[in-house]
Design a protein. Structure first.
Length: 182
């Protein structure tokens, strides 16, 4: 695939860069290359029907994960590590693991109701049916099965970030308001 070709080319470029630094080759012909793969998921947005189908078939822990993602726009890993003290009843405060940026996300009424109704079984908000924190692999597997049961195809958990942005824009939020928690 184009993505695999890009990866192989980057590996070759790194090897040649290492050799160039040590004087083993006279030049690195791969130094300033382009890419074959251009990923774009701008059109991958969860619809209200997708959300309803997922909520109808998913377990309560996965429904909460969906609401957290839709109402905060945060990454899966950050939500899986989100502790209860990060939620104060009005906002969620967290430091994004990818960027290191501290964000404060206002909590909308549907998410507030879901969080307030959730039993606190662990220091972390998102737990599996056994009340244990999710492992990333366990969450991905359960999420994938729930999407399959709901007949949701071609959408990922990460697409919920784009969906959150889209919904904020439709609701009339400014660019500054939209970009603040992302």
């Amino acid at each position: 695939s184009p993505r695999q070709a890009d990866y192989a080319f980057v590996v070759l470029a790194r090897i040649l860069s290492w050799a160039l630094d040590r004087g083993l080759v006279p030049a690195n012909p791969c130094e300033k290359s382009g890419r074959l793969y251009r990923g774009n998921r701008a059109d991958k947005v969860w619809t209200d029907a997708d959300e309803a189908a997922f909520i109808e078939t998913a377990s309560p822990p996965l429904r909460l994960a969906l609401k957290l993602a839709l109402w905060t726009g945060q990454r899966q890993g950050d939500l899986l590590r989100l502790p209860w003290p990060a939620y104060d009843g009005r906002t969620i405060r967290l430091t994004q693991s990818k960027t290191g940026v501290r964000v404060t996300v206002p909590v909308g009424e549907p998410l507030r109701a879901a969080l307030d109704a959730t039993k606190r079984q662990s220091p972390l908000i998102l737990v599996n049916l056994d009340g244990k924190p999710w492992t990333p692999d366990g969450f991905r597997a359960s999420w994938g099965k729930a999407c399959k049961r709901a007949r949701i195809d071609g959408l990922t958990f990460h697409d919920l970030r784009g969906t959150a942005v889209t919904r904020l824009a439709i609701a009339g939020a400014t660019e500054a308001e939209i970009s603040a928690p992302f």
